[in-house]
Write a protein of this length. Structure first.
Length: 184
């Protein structure tokens, strides 16, 4: 009796999960900004496409969050993204921190979305419905006004805050540690 063909190519479960994570990460079309695209527009496009790729797969955010390694091709695409950000005025460290922070934001946001969509809580019991009427006054008013912590509107708000914050620190980081310290 022979082993299934998959085992000729993938030795461990972690290798399989890493391959799945790699495919999810590349699905939205990694790569540098287009020539006519600002870094802000590119990061918005990249984050939205990444979120869609994670949401398109059951437990996509969890698979990516637990990945231990990505392929050489994915790392090369990431290098091109970093280089494009450096060309647009980022230091190499700020480019890395920016993409890493944005990736962590999207992963965490989608983890919450996917957990909220799951029919059971972490302990296996059905999730208990929560009433807005039971919430404290300001929180209840915020929810009634359309506020929420998951969903497209909340995600877009987080992206706007992220881009604004990056825009604010970019000149300070580019000018060096002395400028960043003076601004604080």
């Amino acid at each position: 009796m022979r082993s299934p063909a998959l085992y000729w190519h993938i030795r461990t479960k972690q290798e399989l999960l890493d391959g799945m994570a790699d495919a999810i990460c590349r699905a939205p079309g990694m790569g540098p900004p287009r020539d006519d695209e600002t870094w802000q527009d590119w990061l918005l496009r990249r984050a939205r496409a990444y979120r869609a790729a994670l949401l398109a797969r059951r437990d996509g955010a969890r698979v990516v969050a637990h990945a231990r390694s990505l392929s050489h091709e994915t790392v090369a695409l990431f290098e091109r993204e970093l280089a494009a950000m450096v060309e647009r005025g980022f230091t190499p460290a700020l480019a890395l921190h920016t993409i890493a922070a944005l990736t962590s934001y999207v992963n965490g946001f989608v983890l919450r979305e996917q957990a909220a969509a799951a029919p059971e809580s972490l302990d296996g019991a059905p999730a208990a419905p929560r009433s807005v009427d039971e919430a404290p006054a300001v929180l209840a008013a915020a929810v009634r006004e359309g506020g929420g912590t998951i969903g497209g509107e909340a995600f877009e708000h987080g992206l706007r805050v992220f881009i604004a914050g990056t825009s604010a620190v970019l000149p300070q980081e580019r000018d060096g540690p002395a400028a960043a310290s003076a601004a604080r």
